[in-house]
Design a protein around this ligand. Structure first.
Ligand code: AMP
Length: 391
């Protein structure tokens, strides 16, 4: 059975197609600059990457082009072979603790939740409606970034604000990157050969979050009402004193929009280093002795270590630490600095094993009290699995 996994952004559409249940990746790609000048798409098939320029006015046209490519490349002969389309949806609020088949009610809820994900939920809806009109025979499934975190106990997801705000305005911690945390924690349990485990999963990419996962269930996570909570990230500030916002409004004439923009797009590694949000540039700066890059990296690592320590206590120990996403999979120095800072917990890094990028691997010594693993994430496969299981 062929399943398409889709991640629609406001001007982009990423896709992968799998043969299920074998989990064979047939084709992947991305449409960019949809509705803009110079739109183009890239496709990866049989190890080859093809880039094509084409005017793509909207997501429906992107889907139509995608289907033409699937047929031209003999991935599908007949569109009826596509039995399911899984859509990544950022915010499922308190409504969804698992993936669901999309009907009108689900679409209404995704729309209603746009207040919590104004950039992402409307884009997902556009993708869903384009898919419905172009592949009418397929079942559409919504896979929410938040649903894995819906198992958090109330004391962990509530903020210490008036209860009225949680009840009326839905202000609480929802978390994000749930599909990734779910995928790597399930894979970690497979490697450990049991499910009664205490895991700390570190999804450290441009956006970054950490989860505490007990017996396969999320009990805490670092992102909050929005993704700008918890860790310092590429351009996001993460946890700060909330009163900084009103301080800036009252004393420096800044608007809420300006502050939100700076806190999301000009803070984090970029804000402190003044150089880049990309850890490769930070590493480069550090090698040249750039003191702002050195400081940015120090702050970045410190916050990750603080969260690991917090979740170690909350879980009452830890059976494995998992690193995933851009930095987690590829930044040798960031992993090394994190694990070195955890020596007090009996963590012993295997520096030689750690010299890898993007590979599933144990990177601590046999004598380490807590093993640490790199597990490359695969959100698209997870979306595809959920879609297949629902069909
Ligand atoms: P993601 O959001 O998961 O795609 O992660 C993207 C981020 O991963 C980039 O912005 C970089 O900071 C980081 N990254 C990717 N490749 C490397 C690498 N080879 N070394 C260090 N950091 C990397």
């Amino acid at each position: 059975m062929k399943i398409l996994s889709v991640n629609a952004g406001s001007s982009s559409l990423k896709f992968q197609m799998f043969e299920m249940p074998e989990e064979t990746r047939l084709i992947s790609g991305v449409f960019e600059r949809i509705g803009m000048e110079n739109s183009f798409y890239t496709i990866k098939i049989n190890g080859e990457k093809i880039k094509k320029e084409k005017e793509i006015k909207n997501h429906k046209e992107a889907f139509t082009t995608l289907l033409e490519e699937l047929q031209e490349n003999n991935v599908v002969k007949d569109l009826n072979e596509i039995k399911g389309v899984g859509h990544r949806v950022v915010q499922g609020g308190e409504y969804y603790n698992k993936s669901v088949v999309i009907d009108n009610e689900v679409k209404e809820k995704i729309k209603e939740l746009s207040i919590l994900a104004p950039l992402h939920n409307p884009a997902a809806l556009i993708g869903i409606e384009a898919s419905e009109s172009v592949i009418p025979g397929a079942v559409n499934v919504a896979v929410f970034d938040t649903s894995f975190h819906q198992t958090m106990p109330i004391e962990n997801y509530l903020y210490a604000l008036p209860m009225k705000w949680a009840k009326e305005y839905k202000i609480r911690k929802y978390g994000a990157h749930g599909t990734s945390h779910k995928y790597v924690s399930a894979r970690m349990n497979e490697i450990l050969g049991r499910t009664n485990t205490k895991l700390i999963t570190c999804h450290i990419g441009n956006g970054a979050s950490i989860s505490a996962v007990k017996d396969g269930i999320c009990i805490n996570t670092s992102m909050g009402l929005t993704p700008n909570a918890g860790l310092m990230m590429g351009t996001r500030c993460g946890d700060i004193d909330a009163t900084i916002v009103t301080y800036l409004i009252n004393n420096y004439n800044m608007t809420a929009e300006e502050i939100e923009n700076v806190m999301n797009k000009e803070s984090g590694l970029l804000g402190i280093s003044g150089v880049s949000s990309d850890s490769r540039d930070i590493e480069d700066g550090i090698s040249k002795g750039n003191s702002s890059c050195i400081l940015a990296q120090k702050m970045y690592v410190k916050r990750i270590v603080e969260y690991i320590a917090k979740y170690y206590v909350e879980l009452g120990g830890c059976d494995a630490i998992v690193f995933t996403a851009g930095l987690g999979e590829n930044s040798i120095s960031t992993r090394r600095e994190i694990l070195d800072a955890l020596t007090v917990l009996g963590v012993k890094i295997d520096t030689e094993a750690n010299e890898v990028r993007g590979e599933e691997k144990l990177i601590t010594l046999p004598s380490s009290k807590i093993p640490a693993y790199i597990i490359p994430t695969d959100e698209e496969l997870m979306i595809s699995r959920d879609t297949y299981n629902l069909i």
